[in-house]
Design a binder for this molecule. Structure first.
Ligand code: SAM
Ligand code: SF4
Length: 354
């Protein structure tokens, strides 16, 4: 599935703010003064789980191979990002990034870039247990593993696959390999796993994993999100409060999306990401590259900027960098989930890269 197939407008350069022109600045500054230094790269739109809040049971029409950026094309774009555009952090995601062939080699090529970006990955963890050591050796710095339940039956209900053991083993292997911190991403679903929130936090505290709850967003392929059904950040706080005392963490939040809380006085913390109810768009530092080579300034963008075409037509690095800068200059002030007339983007989360 590609932007073109999906009918997403691909523009050669994104909208610029009507009232002022872009300063001569090498960074990925936008017209509101935010500077994107954090690049999220989707390595594939394919996945081996079927989380109900993400995609339908039958999966999706995966992008044909020739439309997906090759390793050389990906490394070229990441090199432009770190060398010319000021990107300091890269996160590999998807779809499921571990399904990308030869990922250890790609990780080594990314960490050889200069300036050296900090490299992290968001993964469902399937197959990671055997590979965590190799990723750490290749220079991967940090990892987020998605886990919505530590009960096999709930895990299978959410992901439609009986793979809990693989994910628990992945977490342990990541920690043993020295990836630090090991974070867990959790989405709570009403009537499915929300009552397991304290159990998940107990598990994370016991194993020294950093748990972050993410409010469910309207980014599922089947458009099944409903505001009434979503578990809000405040509800998550109250659910955890039934078993733990949460007090504000003294850690500076900066551009990080999670509101952080000390658990029972610390030192352990838990994060709650209120993407919908308390958007953090004003502090956003992100730029995104889809597996088929489109720059998106936001998860919720309704337009995107094609870089794959430029790369394949032989554009030089400066031309690519200028197009990326123009794409980010047009970034909107924020997502409009809470506005009347909000339209869910055509691309689902698994295709954008979460
Ligand atoms: N497959 C990998 C994984 O699950 O970690 C990486 C891609 S996944 C799209 C990235 C993150 O997005 C996961 O933590 C997942 O739970 C989260 N996610 C997916 N759909 C979501 C939604 N509709 N709202 C909030 N988070 C979502
Ligand atoms: Fe796959 Fe991640 Fe989506 Fe789950 S959330 S279906 S693991 S891409």
């Amino acid at each position: 599935m590609t932007g073109t197939d999906l009918g997403i407008p691909r523009v050669p350069g994104a909208r610029t703010a009507p009232d002022h022109t872009r300063p001569d600045d090498p960074s990925l500054i936008d017209s509101f003064g935010r500077v994107a230094t954090d690049l999220r790269v989707s390595l594939t739109d394919k996945c081996n789980l079927r989380c109900t809040y993400c995609m339908p049971a039958e999966g999706l029409d995966w992008a044909p191979g020739e439309q997906v950026l090759s390793d050389d094309e990906l490394v070229r774009l990441m090199d432009v990002a770190v060398r010319l555009l000021g990107v300091t952090d890269i996160r590999l995601t998807g779809g499921e990034p571990l399904l990308r062939p030869h990922l250890e080699d790609l990780v080594a090529r990314i960490t050889a870039l200069r300036p050296r970006p900090r490299l992290s990955m968001t993964t469902n963890g399937i197959g990671l247990a055997k590979r965590a050591e190799r990723f750490a050796s290749a220079g991967l710095n940090r990892i987020n593993v998605s886990l919505d339940s530590v009960r096999p039956e709930t895990f299978a209900r959410v992901t439609r696959r009986d793979r809990l053991r693989h994910v628990l083993d992945a977490l342990a292997a990541a920690r043993d390999a020295g990836l630090d911190p090991v974070k867990i991403n959790t989405v709570l679903l009403r009537g499915v796993n929300e009552h397991e929130a304290p159990e998940l936090l107990r598990f994370a505290v016991e194993h020294d994993y950093h748990l972050r709850f993410i409010e469910q967003m309207p980014l599922d392929a089947q458009h099944g999100w409903s505001r009434a059904e979503m578990i809000t950040a405040d509800e998550i706080f109250d659910l955890l409060g039934t078993e733990f005392t949460l007090t504000p963490s003294p850690t500076e939040r900066g551009g990080a999306p999670a509101e952080r809380w000390l658990v029972d006085g610390g030192p352990h913390e838990v994060g709650i990401i209120p993407s919908v109810t308390r958007p953090f768009c004003a502090a956003c530092e992100r730029t995104r590259l889809t597996a088929d080579g489109a720059v998106r300034s936001c998860l919720f963008s309704t337009t995107e900027t094609d870089l794959r075409g430029l790369v394949r037509q032989g554009a030089d690095d400066d031309e690519i960098a200028d197009t990326w800068r123009a794409a980010m200059w047009g970034k909107l002030a924020g997502h409009e989930i809470n506005e009347a007339g909000f339209a869910q983007p055509i691309r689902p989360m698994s295709s954008i890269g979460g």
